[in-house]
Design a protein around this ligand. Structure first.
Ligand SMILES: Nc1ncnc2c1ncn2[C@@H]1O[C@H](COP(=O)(O)OP(=O)(O)O)[C@@H](O)[C@H]1O
Ligand SMILES: [Mg+2]
Length: 302
């Protein structure tokens, strides 16, 4: 079982492909999610430190605030820190799934904002190079637990090591986080190219983090979209930008996502825009009217 079969694309949900700059949702053609698999999005980047975990923690928190059932998976198997950004002190993590044969259900935690979190391992050397069998197990677990949620956000490691590409090649949607920095953009393009070469049906979206202005965010996207169009024959989707904002630094120190700590900050407002592009507001009340939410109840806040 692969994520490819389990994932959902925005085009599945809206009945039309997302093209830059903004999607136009088509509520009429929305299928019922219960008959389909979970929608799984991999948040990734070429270069490290571009803001994947900041985006994942804030986006998942905002989506939960809007009433969605959201699972965040920390798939940065080398330097997992999503739990820190979300204020969770996990009892167990993905390392225990592999070493003690536990399912994701057995290790899931719940943040105070209602996001379910599969915590990742930090500094466990043997996880830095997992076997194909282990990676397949993790992807299978993600699909199994994912079916209980509206959305699954997978926070990956940076780069194109097998540990990251295993998730990207299985996903239907990837969100590439870059900064305006030329090296980050170059590495973002390399990630997009590698992913689309192995996983041509994937929908690739871009978030520009630490942009000085909306114009700069748009220009960075246009550059990447232009190169992808020219050399890969593919269009990318623009989800938006996040400003460089001291709120992020304060929220990392406080272990509280910026959308909760300072909901009116510039960065929180931009996260909300991205959240509403991913799940348009008019659809928020329709999903999973009688979904099995036993898992969300099992994972009590800590
Ligand atoms: N928009 C932003 N404004 C200010 N600082 C940021 C912003 N995004 C990220 N940072 C800083 O960069 C650090 C790395 O971000 P993180 O999301 O952990 O990167 P990644 O997961 O891609 O390695 C954060 O701890 C934070 O201090
Ligand atoms: Mg990270």
């Amino acid at each position: 079982m692969t994520l490819r079969r389990l994932g959902r694309t925005l085009s599945d949900l809206t009945g039309q492909a997302r093209m830059s700059p903004r999607p136009v949702p088509s509520p009429v053609e929305v299928p019922t999610l219960r008959t389909g698999p979970a929608r799984i999005l991999c948040v990734t980047s070429g270069k490290g430190g571009t803001g994947k975990s900041v985006l994942t923690s804030n986006l998942s928190t905002d989506l939960a605030r809007r009433g969605k059932k959201v699972l965040a998976v920390d798939a940065d198997l080398g330097l997992a820190n999503l739990h820190l950004l979300m204020g969770v002190n996990p009892r167990r993590n993905i390392h225990h799934c592999l070493s003690a044969n536990l399912s994701f259900r057995e290790i899931v935690e719940r943040t105070s904002a209602g996001v379910c979190l599969v915590p990742g391992p930090s500094g466990v050397a043997e996880l830095a190079d997992l076997s194909s069998r282990d990676l397949a197990f993790l992807i299978g677990e993600m699909g199994r637990i994912g079916s209980s949620f509206d959305l699954v956000l997978v926070d990956t490691a940076a780069g194109i090591a097998r540990m990251t590409t295993a998730f990207l090649y299985a996903a239907r949607e990837i969100i590439v986080v870059t900064t305006p920095d030329l090296t980050a953009m170059t590495d973002a393009y390399a990630t997009i190219k590698t992913t689309l070469r192995h996983n041509p049906s994937a929908l690739a979206s871009v978030v520009v983090n630490r942009a000085r202005s909306s114009r700069q965010g748009w220009e960075v996207f246009q550059t990447l979209d232009g190169i992808a169009g020219k050399f890969l024959g593919r269009r990318l989707c623009y989800l938006g930008y996040l400003p460089d904002d001291d709120t992020v630094r304060r929220s990392v120190a406080a272990k509280v996502p910026a959308v909760l700590l300072e909901p009116e900050s510039a960065v929180a407002l931009r996260v909300r825009e991205i959240s509403e592009i991913l799940v348009p507001p008019e659809r928020a009340a329709e999903d999973f009217p009688d979904m099995d939410d036993s898992l969300a109840q099992e994972a009590r806040p800590r």
